[in-house]
Design a protein around this ligand. Structure first.
Ligand SMILES: N=c1c2ncn([C@@H]3O[C@H](COP(=O)(O)OP(=O)(O)OP(=O)(O)O)[C@@H](O)[C@H]3O)c2ncn1[C@@H]1O[C@H](COP(=O)(O)O)[C@@H](O)[C@H]1O
Length: 115
């Protein structure tokens, strides 16, 4: 079993592909499709923002967990993984956000999207 909770969660989510939608919330999301998963991710992002505007920073934590769970479901639905995101972050490592912004293409694409 993986040491990291995100890796274990990702593996559990992958196992739910094709599972009975009545027995698993994750499977029900896969059955509803990409647009619904993306909509749920947006709702969870909004709930995270609302928590962030409140007085109790600890209220952000469960919303952030919902957000990350739904992001992992979206990645899995698209045939992607945390590994892909880790690689993207590794490519950016050491490149400051202000430098990256200054080097953007006229179309505004991040450096990593250049052919
Ligand atoms: N981490 C999560 C997790 N985080 C949030 N959620 C669910 O995400 C939903 C989001 O809450 P909402 O109130 O917005 O959802 P809802 O109104 O019930 O859903 P909709 O009808 O709007 O789609 C809730 O049903 C939560 O239980 C999660 N469901 C599952 N997991 C993990 O996934 C594993 C597999 O779960 P199942 O696929 O259900 O077996 C679990 O063991 C957990 O480790």
């Amino acid at each position: 079993m993986a040491d990291d909770i995100l890796d274990r969660l990702q593996a559990t989510i992958a196992e739910r592909k094709g599972a009975d939608a009545g027995a698993s919330y994750t499977a029900s999301l896969f059955h509803k499709g990409r647009a619904r998963i993306a909509q749920k991710l947006g709702e969870e992002a909004t709930e995270t923002i609302i928590a962030a505007m409140g007085d109790n920073p600890h209220a952000i934590v469960p919303e952030a967990a919902d957000l990350i769970y739904h992001l992992l479901v979206l990645l899995a639905d698209a045939g992607l993984s945390l590994g892909d995101v880790r690689m993207e972050l590794a490519k950016r490592e050491g490149l400051g956000g202000l430098d990256e912004k200054a080097a953007r293409t006229p179309a505004g694409l991040p450096l990593s999207f250049r052919p």
